[in-house]
Design a binder for this molecule. Structure first.
Ligand code: GAR
Length: 194
């Protein structure tokens, strides 16, 4: 059974989908802890499912490195096989990424390498793209620049705004994430050579 820590910043709808998937006894992964960089609404999903959670508030630390060191210490307590960034809206310090690499993945609401960064949906709309997408990548020390392990196109429709487009992307992200975690767990996907 693959053990997973999920890190979030926001509503955690993708986290919830993974928690629901992991309720299936046949799903080969279990979420052991949920962490956040703020008092994120999504922590309520962990509580709903009886999963422990922790918060390491970014605002309480003088530097990204100090914040990352505390986050790394929390993760070490749980010793997950895999760390999933599911809407964590912070760049992680290199020390943390290097400690978990390659067993650390991220979901992104665009078809990478198109539209990396914190505003993938907004940037696709601003560029007038006819299609965008969802991606799951291995985290490296760049911004959404790691190896792509799964991705799928999503059309941009006339009249879309950031909210409607993001809400159309998220179900695709959820499906990709649940499948990527499953493939890692059963050995179909080797993150050392994705
Ligand atoms: C997701 O779309 C995720 O890909 C995105 O934040 C959203 C979180 O939604 N992450 C990024 O943009 C990271 N660059 P959720 O909190 O409802 O799961």
């Amino acid at each position: 059974m693959l053990t997973v820590a999920v890190l979030i910043s926001g509503t955690g709808s993708n986290l919830r989908a993974l928690l629901e998937a992991a309720e299936d006894p046949d799903y080969p992964a279990r979420i052991v802890v949920v962490g956040a960089d703020r008092e994120a609404d999504g922590l309520a999903h962990a509580e709903d499912f009886g999963i422990p959670s922790f918060t390491v508030p970014y605002a309480h630390f003088a530097t990204r490195e100090e914040w990352g060191a505390e986050l790394a210490a929390q993760l070490r307590v749980w010793r997950p096989d895999l760390v999933v960034l599911s809407g964590l809206m912070r760049l992680l310090p290199a020390e943390l990424v290097d400690e978990w690499s390659p067993n650390i993945i991220n979901t992104h609401p665009a078809y990478l390498p198109e539209f990396p960064g914190a505003h993938g949906v907004r940037d696709a709309l601003a560029a007038g793209a006819a299609q965008t997408g969802a991606s799951v990548i291995v985290v490296d020390n760049g911004v959404d620049s790691g190896p792509i392990v799964a991705q799928e196109r999503v059309p941009v429709l006339a009249g879309d705004d950031e909210h409607t487009l993001h809400e159309r992307i998220k179900p695709v992200e959820r499906r990709l994430l649940i499948d990527v975690v499953r493939r890692i767990a059963v050995g179909e996907l080797d993150l050392t050579s994705p």
